[in-house]
Design a protein around this ligand. Structure first.
Ligand code: GLU
Length: 445
């Protein structure tokens, strides 16, 4: 029986989503959509102090804005009983043990190891404590934190969806702390428990989680479950090639503010770091159908604002009126959108162009000869199905002007600009009376 693909995006609500998390969310969404599966939003809010409800809401809103709404939303704070059960099960199986070292003691051990040129792996000193020693610690009022005991006999291997075959020597990893002395959970165990319980088939996340995967694979096995498929994508870096602070805080708010359309961000992030070309593809279906983990590279994906702006412009040029109508100035209709659209880098700039339709426009000073020409144009203007075509054909005939000498003074008088939307589309929007008035006022100077 083929298993339904179930992916998850698991942000901690300790801040807004940034472009790196957005990319991870998108890829998980696409992986699920392509397989006709399900996409779970899992809110990793076991850290009660740092998790904030406002961020949970912001995450939902951002996913909505990006059109990446999940099929299911879960939150870890509502699932603590499951983690408790898993904890008891692993503890009974001898895979979890109490440890009493303070942060300072652990830090000192690490320093000594590093000083001797050894890897800073936890020495399992807590395992060697006798019952009496443990009782003495507890009597002193020192509550233990808890570590998961890795199985050193078992080499950890998996076939990574991006990185290929992976192999870890578990004796080179520290037994991870999974629970704090106050009973609160660290990320590692709850995530594995949830992945099992929610039937997650594919864990796709950043390569900063590769060593977590090694540990979690042993947790899956210890909990009697088959591990899901894993894939770790190379991290997103700035165009200079470095992990950047700026990217770490660049979120949907900032994108919205700068006029970036969600379709543009999605088109870029869908393909960035893959061998497929980044293209201004607004149709989500096309992106989903071509999504393919095997095209992901191992090199960091470089995020370049200029590339995003180019994609954005090309996407705006594809938008139909319905997509933008509620963001256009009062009175700007479908014909106006089509006339103005090719001149826009951002939808928000439509108002500036629309104001040249509604006027008033600021005309340049013309010389005498040009003023005479514009007076002639005001006379020649006739309203037809194609007023611009007719006007310029007639003026060409009457004056012998052509090219720039024919067109530019008209554009300048009618719009106050040297360039802009196609005059054939613009002139009908300006309307006969207003167009004639503009030509006449330019002719008067
Ligand atoms: N909450 C974890 C994080 O934000 C989730 C990692 C995972 O995908 O398992 O890094």
């Amino acid at each position: 029986m083929a298993m339904t693909t179930i992916t998850r995006f698991a942000p901690s609500p300790t801040g807004r989503l940034h472009v790196g998390n957005i990319r991870t969310a998108l890829h998980n969404w696409m992986l699920a959509r392509k397989a006709g599966g399900r996409f779970v939003l899992r809110i990793d809010d076991t850290d009660a102090e740092r998790s904030k409800e406002e961020y949970v809401e912001a995450i939902r809103e951002d996913l909505d804005w990006l059109d990446l709404a999940p099929d299911v939303e879960e939150r870890q704070s509502a699932r603590l009983a499951l983690y408790e059960d898993a904890f008891e099960k692993l503890r009974a199986a001898g895979r979890i043990y109490p440890a009493y070292e303070t942060q300072q003691e652990l830090e000192l051990k690490r320093k000594i190891q590093l000083g001797r040129g050894l890897p800073p792996i936890y020495d399992r000193a807590a395992l060697k404590l006798t019952d009496d020693e443990r009782a003495a610690k507890e009597a002193e009022g020192i509550a233990p934190h808890w570590r998961f005991m890795l199985d050193h006999e078992e080499a950890i291997t998996w076939e990574d969806g991006v990185r290929g075959p992976q192999k870890f020597d578990s004796s080179q990893l520290s037994d991870p702390v999974i629970r704090r002395a106050d009973g609160s959970w660290l990320y590692m165990l709850p995530s594995a428990v949830d992945d099992i319980d929610m039937g997650i088939t594919d864990v796709l996340r950043g390569e900063d989680h590769v060593s977590n995967t090694a540990v979690q694979i042993q947790m899956f096995t210890a909990l009697g479950a088959a591990p899901p498929r894993f894939a770790h994508e190379a991290l997103l870096v700035g165009k200079e090639g470095k992990l950047s602070k700026r990217l770490g805080s660049l979120g949907c708010d900032a994108f919205r503010e700068r006029g970036t359309e969600p379709e543009a961000l999605v088109a870029l992030l869908a393909r960035l770091g893959t061998s497929q070309p980044v293209e201004p593809i607004a149709a989500r279906e096309t992106l989903v159908n071509t999504f393919d983990l095997s095209t992901f590279g191992r090199a960091p994906a470089k995020f370049d604002d200029a590339e995003l702006d180019r994609i954005n412009t090309a996407i705006v040029h594809q938008f139909d009126y319905a997509r933008v109508a509620d963001r256009l100035p009062e009175g700007m209709d479908e014909a106006a959108w089509h006339a103005i659209r090719p001149n826009l880098e951002r939808v928000g700039d439509a108002g500036e162009w629309w104001s040249i339709v509604t006027g008033p426009v600021e005309q340049p000073a013309f010389d005498d000869e040009t003023r005479a020409y514009l007076a002639q144009a005001a006379e020649a203007l006739e309203w037809s199905a194609n007023p611009w075509g007719d006007l310029t054909a007639r003026l060409k005939n009457e004056t012998g002007r052509k090219g720039k000498a024919l067109f530019l003074p008209l554009r300048q008088a009618l719009t106050g600009m040297n360039h802009g939307p196609d005059m054939g589309e613009l002139l009908p929007l300006i309307g006969e009376t207003e167009a004639r008035a503009r030509l006449q006022s330019a002719a008067r100077g």
